[in-house]
Design a protein around this ligand. Structure first.
Ligand code: SF4
Ligand code: SF4
Length: 287
């Protein structure tokens, strides 16, 4: 079983549209949406939820009023100002547990906190494991790990030979959680000053974890000179630009219709995506 993770230095680079198109092109894959802070792969893949599970991402303090003598120690020690009038505001509570250790009456318990849900769904392109964080919740790195682990279980159970993952943007904890141990990472970048900077940071990350990484330039023809600069940069640091996708209004039409690009278009972007997919298949199968 191989694992391909598609990431980007920031959101809005077209990463999810690309993963949706790959999903339609690949056979025998499990799909995983690890962009749990802004999960939208389901908008393209039209999943039917088959399983729903609760996700407990951490603990929050709870004051038991019957034991509390209102001494105020917990208010003093909480650095997040999460306790007001002897009640804990769960949005502000970071779950550090300091108040519970400081309480002389043992009136504070650290209770498991429901942070979101994760799902196993059926799609026309194979099973999809995805998730939804609750409002203002963090701990997305832990949820990413949960989605990834479940995608592996589904792949094993259903004898799938590939896990295709829509990874989170950036270089933070969720991305590290999504890429560590993967067989191949595809970094999607746009030809802008910020795009080059973000790409460099992601490539630093994949190099640090020794994960093979390829680059895809999206909408490369909107700024050919910047694209050339990015290609030179990639060449110098030994990262192959495996695909260059031109700007194409058909992409917007595909997004609006909620279907993978390669199913609704034979235009230049769709063709570039198909060529890129062939390269990725070779790399994943050949390594
Ligand atoms: S430290 Fe314990 S007893 Fe004191 S106010 Fe807080 S919860 Fe109540
Ligand atoms: S667990 Fe930490 S953040 Fe939450 S209320 Fe207690 S001291 Fe404040």
């Amino acid at each position: 079983m191989k694992e391909l993770v598609v990431v980007s230095g920031k959101g809005g680079t077209g990463k999810t549209s690309l993963v949706g198109a790959f999903a339609a092109l690949c056979k025998n894959a499990v799909l995983a949406d690890c962009d749990v802070d802004a999960a939208d792969l389901h908008l393209i893949l039209q999943p039917e939820i088959q399983e729903q599970h609760e996700f407990y991402g951490g603990h929050k303090a709870q004051i038991r009023p019957e034991k509390c003598n209102r001494c105020g120690k917990c208010l003093e020690v909480c650095r997040f100002e999460a306790i007001n009038e002897f009640k804990v505001n769960s949005f502000s509570c970071e779950g550090c547990g300091v108040c519970s250790r400081a309480c002389p009456e043992e009136a504070i318990v650290m209770a498991e906190h429901l942070s979101g849900h994760w799902f196993i769904s059926a799609t026309p392109y194979g099973p999809l494991v995805h998730a939804r964080l609750g409002l203002a919740e963090d701990n997305s790195g832990k949820l990413v790990a949960q989605v990834r682990q479940m995608a592996k279980t589904v792949a094993f159970d259903q004898k799938k030979d590939l896990i295709l993952t829509d990874g989170p943007p950036g270089i933070g904890c969720p991305v590290i959680s999504a890429i560590t141990g993967a067989d191949l990472v595809l970094v999607v970048a746009e030809p802008t000053v910020a795009g080059l900077h973000d790409l460099g940071r992601v490539l630093d990350l994949t190099a640090y974890f020794r994960i093979p990484a390829l680059v895809c330039l999206n909408k490369w023809d909107l700024a050919p000179e910047k694209s050339e600069e990015i290609e030179t940069y990639c060449r110098e640091r030994g990262a192959e630009v495996a695909g260059k996708i031109p700007f194409d209004v058909e992409v917007f039409k595909a997004v609006a219709s909620g279907r993978p690009l390669v199913e609704v278009s034979q235009g230049p972007a769709a063709q570039a995506v198909q060529e890129l997919w062939l390269k990725l298949q070779t790399r994943i199968g050949g390594d």
